[in-house]
Ligand binder design. Structure first.
Ligand code: PHE
Length: 339
């Protein structure tokens, strides 16, 4: 009889299962009403008195082992379930944040769209330019004092090459190749040796336009600028042309709009004048046309150029230009909806 109990102890020890059903059957087999344990207790009276003690000890050991075996096996099943938690395919997927378009790109695209509607097409050129396309062809021969208007980064090995200071160089390249009607827009990065502050940077973006035809006049330029300003800043924006000087245009003007931050009443952005400058423009100087082998008697045209950072700052009331270059996600996320 004692041997029988010891055999059961060994069997219980070997038992292992991942199935709740099997564990339950195991429990019934040993601890059920008609199970092995009850049978063994029943046969207690048949045991000779001198063996009763040891039989009792072994029987209790068997019962205890069965109970802890059942508990262990159940716990095991629970833990394996927890380990597999992350592959629960019914859970919603992890959301990945996608990037957003940079405010400079948003505004650039908006400006392009406005000018495309009146027939302008895009033209691009290199960021490393030669002296001819950036200066000389634009009526700025060497030693011309107006070269100082734009502090230039020259390429050390060959100062005939430089980082373009404006995208007017693209217009020269286009005029050299196209002699008929021209209506182009050239957006791009430009570089000037200026200190970095809330209002200036050594890298920024420009968008320039050029329109040449048989009898283009200053009133064509004016209507083009009026159309742009009203489309971009709103129908009620006031516009004024101020006489100015650029070597490549004659006559030249700078365009101001009524300050959209204080509505013309005066604030620190418009320096209490009620007006903010947005672009430079003018009629192409005949010397520029000649340099590009276009006959200034036959053709005339206008050009304009603006800084995209400046326009974006005015549109979104941003007070520090450096924000555009810092890639601070808290700043960039604010333009989420504009994509
Ligand atoms: N190229 C000028 C600048 O960068 C802007 C401009 C373009 C002015 C065309 C007049 C005509 O300052």
């Amino acid at each position: 009889m004692l041997d029988k109990v010891k055999k059961y102890i060994e069997e219980v020890d070997k038992f292992s299962s991942n199935s709740i059903e099997e564990i339950e059957n195991f429990r019934i087999q040993y601890l059920g009403k008609n199970g092995i344990i009850n049978d063994l207790f029943y046969s207690f009276k048949e045991i000779p008195p001198n063996e009763k003690k040891i039989f009792g000890i072994e029987l209790n050991k068997l019962k205890k082992n069965i109970q802890s075996k059942i508990n262990d096996q159940k716990l095991n099943i629970k833990n394996t379930k927890d380990d597999n938690k992350e592959i629960d395919l019914s859970l919603p997927a992890t959301k990945f944040k996608s990037g957003t378009r940079h405010p400079i790109s948003i505004v650039k695209n908006e400006i392009i769209e406005i000018f495309k509607n009146i027939g302008f097409i895009l033209s691009n050129g290199p960021e490393i330019e030669d002296d001819w396309h950036n200066f000389t062809a634009l009526n700025l021969p060497k030693d011309h004092p107006a070269r100082d208007m734009q502090d230039t980064f020259f390429i050390q090995k060959n100062p005939d090459y430089l980082l373009r200071t404006h995208t007017s160089s693209v217009q020269v390249r286009y005029m050299e190749k196209n002699k008929e009607t021209i209506k182009i827009l050239s957006p791009g990065r430009v570089f000037r040796n200026e200190s970095i502050s809330a209002r200036s940077h050594c890298i920024f973006h420009q968008i320039e336009g050029l329109c040449i035809n048989n009898n283009t006049t200053f009133s064509d330029l004016k209507s083009c600028i009026y159309y742009f300003v009203k489309s971009f800043f709103g129908e009620y924006t006031k516009i004024r042309f101020r006489p100015s000087y650029f070597p490549f245009t004659e006559p030249s003007a700078e365009v101001d709009i009524s300050c959209n931050i204080c509505n013309g009443k005066g604030c620190n952005v418009c320096k209490y004048s009620g007006w903010v400058e947005i672009l430079g423009c003018g009629m192409i100087d005949p010397n520029v046309l000649k340099n590009c082998e276009i006959d200034p008697i036959q053709k005339s045209g206008f050009a304009f150029g603006m800084g995209i950072e400046r326009i974006t700052m005015l549109k979104y009331q941003i007070s520090d230009l450096r924000l555009f270059f810092e890639n601070d996600i808290r700043f960039l996320n604010q333009f989420n909806l504009s994509i």
